[in-house]
Design a binder for this molecule. Structure first.
Ligand code: HEC
Length: 209
């Protein structure tokens, strides 16, 4: 009985932490007005956000999962040939060795290669991104990321919507995964119950029950 209660609570705590509230993740809070949150969470702005990204950010950043590469690399005629060979989204090792010169140039200009932003939305969240992109110096004092879009919160939110659309699965895909998750757990519960019934039957037959 105690054992059962103990493992039940342990399981509940486990799922609470991974699904509902990860108490171990850093919880620095950044402000983001509700109206811009709505834009950032809306798939309909992703396309416009991508254009804004191309205009304001692509000089330095890649979004490799979306086959968006820094301008200097985009201008390299080798890119097309490599994409024909490996697919639009180049494998990381191919990308890094083929465009060593361009990446080194970016590193020389900024002290480091501006990070790829494919998964930055998941890593940092919209509130952090909103504040950082609008005012990099305020969030990361001394950073070499210039303030390229300061004073334009709506554009910033649209760019975040684009970055979210790349790093998060679409809402229909998410619904499918949730359904699969529930299906898997239901299957395990049903099998667990069946095995338990079977076990008590065997015990009974052996005269142990
Ligand atoms: C002129 C080059 C340049 C441009 C243009 C630029 N960035 Fe950056 N960005 C950088 C560099 C360099 C860093 C690394 C900063 C650091 O680690 O100090 C960076 C870092 C970042 C980070 C990571 C912050 C973190 O906490 O790790 C994000 C997000 C980002 N940029 C978003 C953007 C967006 C969105 C745009 C367009 C609106 C943009 N950047 C335009 C150079 C640039």
């Amino acid at each position: 009985m105690i054992k059962t209660a103990f493992f039940t609570i342990l399981t509940l705590v486990f799922f609470y932490i991974i699904w509902i509230n990860n108490v171990f993740a850093p919880h620095e809070t950044y402000e983001m007005p509700e109206q811009y949150k709505k834009i950032a969470e809306d798939d309909r702005y992703a396309k416009e956000g991508k254009q804004l990204f191309e205009q304001n950010c692509q000089a330095c950043h890649s979004v490799r999962y979306d086959a968006v590469y820094p301008s200097a690399i985009q201008a390299n005629p080798n890119l097309k040939a490599l994409q024909e060979q490996y697919g639009k989204v180049l494998p990381r090792d191919v990308y890094e060795s083929a465009f060593q010169a361009e990446l080194a140039q970016l590193k020389e200009s900024f002290g480091k290669v501006p990070p790829d932003l494919s998964t930055i939305y998941i890593a940092k969240g919209k509130e952090y991104l909103f504040n950082f992109i609008l005012e990099p110096q305020k969030v990361l004092p001394g950073t070499s990321m210039p303030a390229v879009i300061t004073g334009k919160p709506e554009e910033t939110a649209k760019i975040i919507s684009y970055l979210r659309s790349v790093s998060e699965p679409s809402s229909s895909e998410k619904a499918k995964r949730t359904l699969m998750g529930i299906g898997t757990i239901a299957y395990l519960v049903v099998m667990g119950v069946l095995i338990w019934i079977w076990r008590s039957r065997i015990l009974k037959r052996m005269g142990l029950h």
